[in-house]
Design a binder for this molecule. Structure first.
Ligand code: MG
Length: 148
């Protein structure tokens, strides 16, 4: 389903939560293919981090439920949570790397730093009516492989 080989400087993939991996914190419907996409990320990047507007305790609670429901791999419980100011998802906030070593998958352009748009992979917002034939994760994985 996914290509597994890609050689690049990219070390980290940062993932938005709401509208990207799940519908919303209040209604955490997993996007179709979430489990497989996360495993693909784990296999192809040195680190996978979560970069979300949702407060960490709420995120951890959602992550725990997703693990219990087997919607995500168990390592998702311990995923690194990026601290930020809630305005711009600046890739400088990710420890130990330069922005050009990271990519961010997010449905909202307004959170992306103007000078880091080259590192942004846009994903269509996942929301009601939660289409079961959504294949954005496959499109995104292919886009990452082609671009980086
Ligand atoms: Mg979002």
């Amino acid at each position: 389903m996914y290509s597994t080989k890609h050689k690049s400087v990219i070390k980290i993939i940062a993932l938005d939560l709401e509208g990207t991996l799940i519908a919303s914190a209040n209604n955490p419907v997993p996007r179709p293919g979430l489990y497989q996409f996360l495993q693909w990320c784990k296999k192809n990047f040195k680190q996978v981090v979560i970069y979300t507007c949702v407060d960490e305790p709420i995120f951890r609670s959602i992550a725990n439920k997703l693990v219990i429901n087997e919607a995500v791999p168990s390592w998702f419980r311990e995923i690194k949570y990026v601290e930020w100011d809630g305005m711009i998802k600046d890739l400088y906030n990710i420890d130990g790397i330069e922005p050009e070593q990271a990519i961010i998958v997010d449905d909202m352009e307004i959170f992306i730093s103007e000078n880091q748009k080259s590192q942004w992979i846009e994903i269509k917002t996942f929301d009601f009516p939660y289409p079961e034939d959504d294949n954005e994760f496959i499109r995104v994985a292919n886009a990452i492989r082609e671009k980086f």
